[in-house]
Write a protein that binds this ligand. Sequence first.
Ligand code: KG4
Ligand code: ZN
Length: 323
Amino acid sequence: MILALETSCDDTCAAVVSEDGRIESNVIASQGLLHARYGGVVPEIASRHHLELVDAVTADALERAGRRLDDVDTVAVTRGPGLIGALLVGVSSAKAIAATRRLPLVPVDHLHGHVVASTLGENAVEAPYLCLVASGGHTFLARVDDPASYEVLGQTLDDAAGEAFDKGARLLGLGYPGGPAIDRLAPKGDPEAFDFPRSAPGELDFSFSGLKTALLYAIRDLGDSAAQHSRDLAASYQRAIVDALVSRIQAALEREGIERLAIGGGVAANSELREAVARLDMPVWIPPIELCTDNAAMIAGAARFLEPIPYPGYLDLDAAARL
Ligand code: KG4
Ligand code: ZN
């Protein structure tokens, strides 16, 4: 039984997962509303709330799983990348829980968690597969031959896809987080009303900063009438992001000769992206929303494939903003 903690950004998460990938509980305490009024995550506020929430969230995860600390064999925790103060809360808590019981600890790369989220649950993807991870901080395509690791085939050269959603939403006056707001508005607009650019910097790389600038100019050109066009702007903007993601997925599948696709990261919660990849002519693993956005089940999921550090070897383990 693995108890995992994840506190890399603004969600305080704990989960209990079995060695074979059965999710017994997956608790997510979102701080989203607290940060909304600042238009983005404020690192210091996030750290303080993690500190207040982490014990309760851990206790809740155990209770929902019908387990006690005595049932836990391994503790897993996100080591990075992320906000350093936020990560420190999870790493310190995980070390304390593990050390008092002399349990082994597995430090996990947050992105590895997103890559293997689709290996959890009953209908798990099996390697080899291609995975698109698109989140607020990262966007990349990975080849997974063995879920213990992954090979990055291409990545964004500037903004992450989630960042493009968040910045676009801000320009449209839709608030934070922007992805869900654009996702809700886009179906009411015409995705072909505005011809936004789909830049192709490299075969399997992404670039979203030009798209964001194109939206800025479109809003500026519309002047006072921009508000009347917000649905069409949102629909066209979302279409441009989804097109860019799907075209690189197709190029990677073709180049690598892989026949299974999984998606992960917060942007994998996007309805249009989910529909677009489901239309691809191959088996596609689309995780439930709670496994796309940040969660601790995916951290336990990755820990299953990694070598645990026995007590007391992890006592000097540090969080890492970058890995
Ligand atoms: O993976 P995640 O929860 O946190 C990071 O590790 O970054 O991803 C958060 C990102 C945010 O940029 C958010 O706007 C985006 O995922 N997101 C979405 C949707 N839900 C969350 N983007 C598009 N459509 C959505 N439905
Ligand atoms: Zn994430």
